[in-house]
Write a protein that binds this ligand. Sequence first.
Ligand code: HEM
Length: 403
Amino acid sequence: MLDPTGALAHDEHRRLRAHGSAVQVDVLGVPAWSISDPVLLKELLTSAQVSKDARAHWPAFQETIQRWPLALWVAVENMFTAYGADHRRLRRMVAPAFSHRRITALQKNIDALVTGLLDDLDALAPGEVVDLRDRLAYPLPIAVIGDLMGVPADQREAFRHVVDGVFDTTLTAAQSEANTAALYEALHTLIAAKRAAPGDDMTSLLITSRDEDQDSGSGMSEDELRDTLLLMISAGYETTVNVIDQAVTQLLTHPDQLALLRSGKADWGDAVEETLRLEPAVRHLPLRYAVTDLTLPDGQKIAQGEAILASYAAANRHPDWHGDSADTFDLTRPLKEHLAFGHGVHFCLGAPLARMEVITALRLLFTRFPDLELAVEPAELQPLGSLISNGHQTLPVRLRPTA
Ligand code: HEM
């Protein structure tokens, strides 16, 4: 049974690996095959015999969504849960906004956003303790995706609360249902506002193309439009915050590794990749389904219609991949590979943007506050209550020593 509280995450991942490449687990009352072997996981993530479309390929779908706290994860109608041609159609409508050229053009804006957030922190008295999640790690991605999607300033905080709820796996089914209702209400408000007064943003662009394509049937349904916005906003809000949080935590608890960055022996990109490997923002990703009966290399069988869980965090520390030092934070590791952004056709669309945000935040933060330190013992940092998200509830730091 997977731990919904995240309290013993790495112990859980170790136990999954110890059971072999695939093991049946209980995900809040739903059976699934957890895959922790990176080779097998990559194979399944690129196989046409494995789908993310619950309606088409998961016989338990209708019954499960009535009672499962994670129902939204499998019931949304967007590229995240689409298969084959539908997936290509839905991804194609958003992908151009994430091209290398478009993302590179955002660097200046991201520099300015981080600088503004650090300026606010600069005003604090020496020795004062601040929650870096609240003051940097959250506001940055919220501003970036908020600007990109055109989320009005007064809706941004409301989205934060309900998006947090989507990733909180300690909620009951009823709490989760109420959270989904609040999230959909916020999305309807956003769509109505943009339909009435379109702006120069992706939400308006998607609405326009949906409304124009409505008759030809080549575009998105209204539900797909709503759920695509849901995906973009929640993916933008909830993941990058945890990478910034985890990277700062790792660097502050490994001064030797921070020294490598300061002396130029490693670069900020190395710090981000090693954080993504060791403490990926997404631990387990629900769900995928076997389209046909599958026989795994070790002889185990996953029957058609059974659910599969990508256990990214467990795979990233697999000793077959990263040797005896797989549990160590090491910026000089020759092999930087990880599965933190997934693999195959569902590979994270926002990866270049997320990398740019985290690199910029770390570089400017550690330059501005060279004496930055944790304000609590590392063991006191509390994990998020989630089997999906991997971050801390708060990240208390001291920016400068007490005068
Ligand atoms: C460091 C931060 C991030 C991490 C660790 C991350 C992680 C992931 C992972 C693991 C997947 C694959 C899910 C699967 O197994 O099917 C994914 C998909 C996706 N991510 Fe991210 N993500 C991050 C940031 C972002 C951002 C900033 C955006 C956009 C604003 C974004 C948009 C998406 C989208 C649209 C998909 C779905 C792609 C598809 O199904 O074809 N992500 N992400």
